[in-house]
Design a protein around this ligand. Structure first.
Ligand SMILES: [Zn+2]
Ligand SMILES: [Zn+2]
Length: 331
């Protein structure tokens, strides 16, 4: 597929899509745009994460009697299931785009492939090995631990748990809001870990990947994993259902990948390509102080850190950086 129909490359070969990023038409509501925007709220990602939560609920979550006691047996089994699921889901993108390089560097923002170069910044001087180890050693472990704690709390009726038959409409609304809750939570913790001390000691690990790939998604300091996956506990505080809490976890765990794929589109056949919605967070990895969240909740817009990919946004960002530098080092 011809990438020049959809974007341009600069002198260094970095790809930039022509289409600008957009804030969801909800704040304030732009009613005419909502019908066209709505499918993108569900497809493809949220449907996949909701479906994976249902699949887990039906196939893998032990009966409530088992969950009443927090035992390593079932928790370890859930960890192994998560390991296999992450290996398959992340691995599918990694294999297609980075291992077999089935579309070369077409639609790839940064033309380099992280596995091709060595860097002392990473364990074993290799971004992929470092990121895979951090994902499975810390990321999936904390994800599973928080999931197990949530299920244990539910089984022991600690929290405001509802049965689906008790409040189906309310629970459907909560399920619809999972994605927004995720973005608002991520924005809040992300701003927090960009404060100087936490950035230096915690979040800088994730930002070592200036050129992210699928395995960068959960390559974080364990403290960041803990903050990130803590979103599941909103469902202990608010009236909710464990299946929705599981969806919240899957939104965080599997949902970390879209922003880190490193490609704007994945080709499907000769003339078709799937939009990967990766550009907003890619710009965060490139410039650090923009796009702490995405356009689903308008917090970046509100606080002046939104970058939609345009020349104007670039100029505003550079002016803001210059102002920050002047404030740090007044002449
Ligand atoms: Zn990231
Ligand atoms: Zn960051």
């Amino acid at each position: 597929m011809d990438e020049t129909l959809h974007g341009t490359r600069d002198r260094r070969g970095h790809y930039k899509p022509n289409a600008l990023l957009k804030i969801a038409p909800l704040y304030p509501p732009r009613w005419r745009e909502i019908p066209a925007w709505l499918p993108s709220y569900f497809l493809p990602w949220n449907v996949v994460f909701a479906a994976s939560a249902v699949l887990y609920w039906v196939l893998f979550i032990p009966p409530v009697e088992t969950l009443r006691t927090l035992e390593p047996g079932w928790a370890l089994r859930l960890y192994l299931i998560n390991v296999v699921a992450v290996a398959l889901f992340y691995g599918a993108f990694e294999f297609r785009l980075y291992w077999s390089r089935s579309q070369g560097d077409r639609f790839k923002y940064n033309p380099r492939f992280p596995g091709d170069t060595q860097s002392r910044q990473f364990w074993f001087r290799n971004q992929n090995i470092d990121n895979v180890l951090r994902t499975f050693l810390f990321g999936v472990s904390i994800w599973t631990l928080f999931g197990a704690l949530m299920l244990w709390m539910w089984a022991n009726t600690w929290g405001n748990w509802l049965a689906i038959a008790e409040a189906p409409i309310y629970l459907a609304i909560v399920a619809l809001l999972v994605s927004m809750l995720h973005q608002a939570h991520f924005y809040a913790i992300h701003r927090l870990i960009h404060t100087p001390w936490l950035y230096r000691h915690v979040h800088s690990i994730h930002h070592k990947a200036v050129n992210p790939s699928p395995w960068s998604s959960l390559a974080m300091h364990p403290a960041e994993h803990a903050l990130y996956f803590a979103s599941v506990f909103y469902h202990v505080l608010l009236p909710s259902h464990p299946l929705i809490a599981l969806y919240q976890l899957h939104k965080a765990g599997f949902g970390a990948i879209p922003g880190h794929i490193g490609f704007d589109k994945m080709e499907i056949g000769e003339d078709e390509a799937m939009d990967l919605h990766a550009y907003g967070h890619y710009l965060h990895h490139k410039y650090f102080e923009v796009n702490y969240g995405d356009g689903l909740v308008p917090l970046d817009k509100l606080f002046g850190t939104y970058h939609d990919g345009s020349e104007e946004a670039d100029a505003q960002m550079r002016a803001r950086f210059a102002k920050m530098r002047r404030e740090v080092a007044p002449s």
